[in-house]
Design a protein around this ligand. Sequence first.
Ligand code: G6P
Ligand code: MG
Length: 215
Amino acid sequence: MTPIKACIFDLDGVIVDTAKFHYLAWKRLANELGFDFTEEDNERLKGVSRMDSLNILLEIGGVEVDDKVKDELARKKNEWYVELITHMDEKEILPGTTEFLTLLKENGIKISLGSASKNAKMILEKIGIVHMFDAIIDGTDITKAKPDPEVFLLGAKALNVEPGECIVFEDAVSGVEAAISAGMYVVGIGSKETLYKANDVVKSLADMTLDRLAK
Ligand code: G6P
Ligand code: MG
């Protein structure tokens, strides 16, 4: 069995629940454009890049605009999103996260972030755990969005380990697919029904133990 040398974590939905803030900002944009945007619609945006999310939202509303307007709409949404996350602090860290990261550190397992978000570093700083990461790969480093494996392969490279020595933690279907394409073992965070492609699924990082990883 290949020894585990590194763990790569998605951010939104794994370490923090920012989906609610993304949702409020997208909803505000949809409302401004004259249509509604439900929480169910928002599920389709999990793990999806900012521009791809906007395209899905516009498709839901049946709105067609040119690229210049799209840039402006994405900028606006991000401004609102950043406003909403300004007050984030360590209380927003999902249960079990800090304990699990500490356990990994104590056992010499390297840690990387693998997120599509361009706001990832700022969020890690706000919640006070940025120092626990040996590498941070985020939306500013990648050219191809999940399900492309780029984000996770860059993480392995930055940590100087082989993909087969990494375990990925992901809450989005596209992220699970990206990890599988990268040749990594993947633990889904959420429900088995949605994340059935993952090697293992837990409800949250609070359910993770080293024994479970070793298996
Ligand atoms: C994560 C979230 C998505 C979000 C994307 C880009 O993958 O799950 O909902 O759209 O990051 O985030 P950003 O902060 O760059 O707009
Ligand atoms: Mg996620």
